[in-house]
Design a protein around this ligand. Structure first.
Ligand code: SAJ
Length: 420
C-alpha cells in the first residue's frame, strides 16, 4: 500500500511518520515549501515527543518523501487546518482545496480519508462535490471516509496507538477499508459508523471539554465570593464516581477546543445556547486574568508595574502558541497600561514582542510574576534560587508549588482561590 498525506502539520506529519515506520510508502504534501524542506532535511518545524527519532527513521529508510504536490497512491489522507473565520463561521477552504488538489491523481479503487476536524456534513457537502470531478463513481470506484484524529499534543505517538478511533464511511466498504488501514498501528478499538456521525462525534468531544472548562471557570469566578479554593473543591467533587469537573485557567487555547464548538453554534443557531455561552465564558478569562493582576498590584500599591508572564504556549509542555490565551492576556494587560515581559522555555525563537529567552531578565524586570502555562519547568522552579522585586506571584494554572514559594517569602495568589 502507498499513502499520500496532504497537510504536514501537527497531525499530518506524525500520522505520515507512523505509517512510514510501519513499512508503508508515504508521500507527504504541504503547500508550505519551508515545511517540506525541513522534513526532507529531517529538521522539525514542530515540537513533539518522539517525532524527531521517528522522522529520521522514516526518511533514512526511504519510506517517507515530501513535496509541495500530491502524487498517485492507493490512499489519500487529508489533514489540513479547519479554522474559523473572524465571524466564528467555519473556514473549509483548506479542506476543499486539499481535496481538489488530489483529484488529478485519483484512480479507481482509491480510498480518500479526511482526518481534519470539521462541521458535520463537510464530507458530504464539501469533499464529495470535488471528488466527483475525478469522473469516478463515489462509493464503488472510489471510497471516502472520515477518521478524525483524537490525539493530544505532547502525547501524540502514545495516543495514536492507544486511543480508540471512530471511522465514518460514506458507505460500509469505505469504513471497512479505512479500518483495515489504521489497523497498521492502532491498538485501540476502531468503531465503524457513517461519515456524518463521525464528524459530529469528534466535534462533540471537544465541545464537551470546552463546556466543562467553562463550568470550572464560572466556579472559579465564584470562589472569591464564597471564600473557597476552587481547585480543592473540584478535586473533592471529582472523588464522586460520576463527576469529572475540568479546571479553570486564563482561557482556552489551541486550534481545537476553542474552535470546534463554533461549528455547532453555526449549525445549531439559537439552539446551541449552552455551547455558545461556554465559548463566551472561556473567552472572558484572559481579561478576567488581566483585571485580577491589576487588582493584586493595586492592593500592593504598585503603579506603572511590569508584569513578568511565565508561559506563552496554549498549554503545558508544548511549543504551540496558536490561539494561546497568553497573547490575549498580554494584550489586556497592555490595555490596562501595564508593561509586560514574557518567557517560555518551549518557544525557542522570540515569537512575541514581549518575549525574552532569559528567565533572569524576567525576574529582574517584574513587579509581579504571572504564570499562564503549566510547563514542567515552571512546576520545578525553586523560588529560593532567585528573588523578584516585591516577591508577588499569581498562578492561574495551579501549577506552582505554593508551599515552596511562600517559604521563599512570596505573596502567593491563585486564580479561583479566595483564601489567598
Ligand atoms: N484547559 C483548561 N482546563 C482544563 C483542561 C484544558 O483550561 O481542565 C485548557 C488548556 O490550558 C488549553 C485548552 O484548554 O488552553 C485546550 O487544551 P486540551 O489539553 O484540553 O486540548 P488540546 O487542544 O490540546 O487537544 C484536544 C483533545 N480533545 C479532547 O481531549 C476531547 C485531543 O484529544 C484532540 O485530538 C484535540 O483537541 C484535537 O485536535 O481536536
Amino acid at each position: 500500500k502507498s499513502i499520500c498525506v496532504v497537510g504536514l502539520g501537527y497531525i499530518g506529519l506524525p500520522t505520515a511518520v507512523m505509517f512510514a515506520n510501519h513499512g508503508v510508502k508515504v508521500h507527504g504534501v504541504d503547500l508550505n515549501p519551508a515545511a517540506v524542506k525541513s522534513i526532507q532535511e529531517k529538521k522539525l518545524h514542530i515540537e513533539e515527543d518522539g517525532l524527531q527519532e521517528r522522522l529520521n527513521k522514516a526518511v533514512d529508510e526511504g519510506f517517507l518523501t515530501a513535496s509541495t504536490t500530491p502524487q498517485e497512491a492507493d490512499v489519500f489522507i487529508v489533514a489540513v487546518p479547519s479554522p474559523i473565520n473572524p465571524d466564528n463561521t467555519a473556514n473549509l477552504e483548506y479542506v476543499r482545496q486539499a481535496t481538489a488538489s488530489i483529484v488529478p491523481y485519483i484512480k479507481e479503487g482509491n480510498l480518500v480519508i479526511l482526518e481534519s476536524t470539521v462541521p458535520p456534513k463537510t464530507v458530504e457537502h464539501i469533499m464529495l462535490p470535488e471528488l466527483v470531478k475525478s469522473g469516478l463513481e463515489i462509493g464503488t470506484q472510489i471510497y471516502v471516509a472520515h477518521s478524525p484524529e483524537r490525539v493530544i499534543p505532547g502525547r501524540i505517538f502514545e495516543e495514536l496507538v492507544k486511543n480508540d478511533r471512530i471511522v465514518g464511511g460514506i458507505n460500509k466498504k469505505s469504513a471497512e477499508l479505512t479500518k483495515e488501514l489504521y489497523e497498521t498501528f492502532v491498538g485501540g478499538t476502531i468503531h465503524l459508523t457513517d461519515a456524518t456521525t463521525a464528524e459530529l462525534v469528534k466535534v462533540m468531544e471537544n465541545t464537551y471539554r470546552d463546556v466543562n472548562i467553562a463550568f470550572a471557570n464560572e466556579l472559579a469566578k465564584m470562589a472569591d465570593k464564597l471564600d473557597v479554593n476552587i481547585w480543592e473543591a473540584i478535586q473533592f467533587a471529582n472523588y464522586h464516581p460520576r463527576v469529572n469537573v475540568h479546571f479553570p485557567g486564563p482561557g482556552v487555547g489551541g486550534h481545537c477546543i476553542a474552535v470546534d464548538p463554533w461549528f455547532l453554534v453555526e449549525i445549531g443557531g439559537g439552539q446551541a445556547e449552552i455551547i455558545h455561552l461556554a465559548r463566551n465564558t472561556n473567552d472572558s478569562m484572559p481579561s478576567y486574568t488581566a483585571q485580577k493582576t491589576q487588582t493584586i498590584l493595586n492592593q500592593n500599591k504598585i503603579a506603572g508595574a511590569t508584569v513578568g508572564v511565565l508561559g506563552l504556549a496554549f498549554k503545558g509542555n508544548v511549543d504551540d502558541m496558536r490561539e494561546s490565551p497568553s497573547t490575549i492576556v498580554i494584550d489586556e494587560l497592555q490595555k490596562l497600561g501595564l508593561n509586560v515581559i514574557s518567557f517560555d522555555p518551549h518557544i525557542k525563537e522570540n515569537k512575541h514582542a514581549t518575549q525574552t529567552q532569559n528567565f533572569d531578565e524576567v525576574v529582574a524586570a517584574a513587579d509581579i510574576l504571572l504564570c499562564l502555562t503549566d510547563h514542567k519547568e515552571f512546576k520545578a522552579l525553586d523560588p529560593q534560587a532567585f528573588a523578584s522585586r516585591n516577591k508577588i506571584v499569581f498562578d492561574t494554572k495551579n501549577c506552582l508549588d505554593r508551599t515552596s514559594w511562600e517559604r521563599a517569602g512570596y505573596q502567593f495568589h491563585l486564580l479561583g482561590d479566595a483564601k489567598n
